[in-house]
Design a protein around this ligand. Sequence first.
Ligand code: GTP
Ligand code: SPV
Ligand code: MN
Length: 646
Amino acid sequence: MNSNVIRRILVDLARSYPSQYHQVYLNTLQNQQVRTLTVVHGQIDQLPQKVKDFVEECVELCCPDKLHICDGSEEENNNLIKVLADKGVINQVTKLENCWLARTNPKDTARVEAKTFICTEEKHDAVPRSKPGVQSKLGHWLSPDDMDKAVAELFTGCMKGRTMFLLPYSMGPIGSPLSKIGIQLTDSEYVVLSMRIMTRMGQAVMKHLGNNDFVKCLHSVGTPKSERHENPLWPCDPERTMIMHRPDCNEIVSYGSGYGGNSLLGKKCFALRIGSTIAKREGWLAEHMLISGFTRPDGCKFYITAAFPSQCGKTNLAMMTPTLKGYKVECVGDDIAWMRFDKEGVLRAINPENGFFGVAPGTNHESNPIAMETVKKDTIFTNVASTSDGGVYWEGLEKEVDLTHLKICDWLGYEWTPGSKNLSSHGNSRFCSPAVNCPILDHAWEAPEGVPVSAILFGGRRPEGVPLVYEALNWKHGVFVGASIRSEATSAAEFKGKTIMHDPFAMRPFFGYNFGKYIEHWLSMEKKSQKLPKIFHVNWFRKGKDGKFLWPGFGDNARVIEWIMRRCAGEDVAIETPIGWIPKPGTLHIEGLNPTPNMEELLKIDKKFFLDELTEIEKYFDENLTTDLPQAMRDEIKAQRERLSK
Ligand code: GTP
Ligand code: SPV
Ligand code: MN
């Protein structure tokens, strides 16, 4: 985004459409020249030249009244907390230590996939060639001209009356050869507080940056066309929200939302969308995956990574408390993995994040005691309910909160009574906690070289047909398994209902480039010099005829991981089926489970179901990828069909 280009577009727009609306642009432009900017914190002259240029360009565009250069200190953090608390944007959760609750504008509660764009000169660098007449479901493309226009329209003067914050942040430990630096400009204090938890943010990063390049991130909660607002405490512009990425110049521009992945630009925008394009160029992988270590009673430790779509169990698996005696789980990360093969050909993973932005509903001392411990201090809760004794509440805490004696105030701020037809908390309500709060954080979680990966898991919410676990036949088949992930829609994005959606590699909302090329990139990992992890597919969400989950899940998922570890160790505990290897009867440890799960049903492979599944996947590929689908995937479909038809 070049300010001269934007200036030119603005003037052109204003000339061609002499409406009042565009007159505003001209006025803004003129005003800009006489505006002064007050730097309220930090010194602009001490910024590296490239950072200074970036800030000046964005100040000129957005016209903030003030500039605050963040140092990341506790003092700065406390001051910002006070500002937000005084305004009433956040409230203290007095029962916990230094914890806060934010209630957002009800129109700004989740990622908006339909308004997320990848901008490239060539359309098909960003999105696959779909069938004529089919709108690609694998990302949205924007031309550089359209992006410049959008930026000019949306951002001109959008920070008037506000403070612009400059946040230097590192994805990955500061200084690690695998880490990358971003500079985010934002007009939201809430975003500053959250980014300080989710990334390594502050002065140390700026020092380390020097005059090197960085990912440029511009964010504004926006100014709605009509200044009227349902919730003045949470300004946003839902009608005009746009999240734009320019991989060729490492730029992210996000307008109109202050929530989660839309506004904490280090996470999905940088670590996945821009990250995946950098990874493609440099020969590594940026994935929507948890990373955790499993230790057996004999001391043998394996690290796994797992890609499940949003709200499908990554955080819970990453920090689970195993119900199998003598097993230990340690957490490296719960959402994003950057992985590359080292000189010895071992795949190594780092977690580029510094905190957890986890789903609140469903979290309790039984399902995830480690998360409950993690959120006890220094946490920002968003869109959960509050209790009259200064605590928090959400669906799943029924047995832990005294609902008969306490008053509950729901996520919208209204009094809430148990049994009410409305939920107390938004389905995508979250906790934002520093990683260091996690009592089972792995000792190597910040190791600059990353941890060695033995197995890669894929999975999703599949109420029907898909077994509890199966192992891919080989790497190529595993890539096909990843490309074929389907899962029930959740409230992490704007989709309503529980339709089964395609979510290849759990990355559908996060691809930074053409998914066909992404598959090729995965296939290219198969080299003699590289030891490939085994690939598995898991499904904790299969339901019985009564509509209940057949598998207890959570800590009992350790039983499935235990089987996976045995496969990684080369044990003969599997039988081959047309879709892959499943546990030999009796090899998956279910002892002690009450009631005994219906393993026959959980591991059942219905050929008809999988033939239909294959037809659906082939149709999806044909419609959405056409010629961009690598031949290897067609070969996998053919081979799987043959195996199923025998
Ligand atoms: P994102 O942060 O959106 O990427 O989600 P995630 O993949 O980390 O999902 P998370 O672990 O937060 O789980 C999402 C929801 O699924 C929560 O309500 C959990 O309680 C529920 N869940 C997680 N694991 C299991 C499981 O093993 N069984 C069942 N039945 N539910 C689970
Ligand atoms: C997800 O939706 O996968 C998340 C939450 O992890 S957000 O950061 O909002 O993308
Ligand atoms: Mn996620």
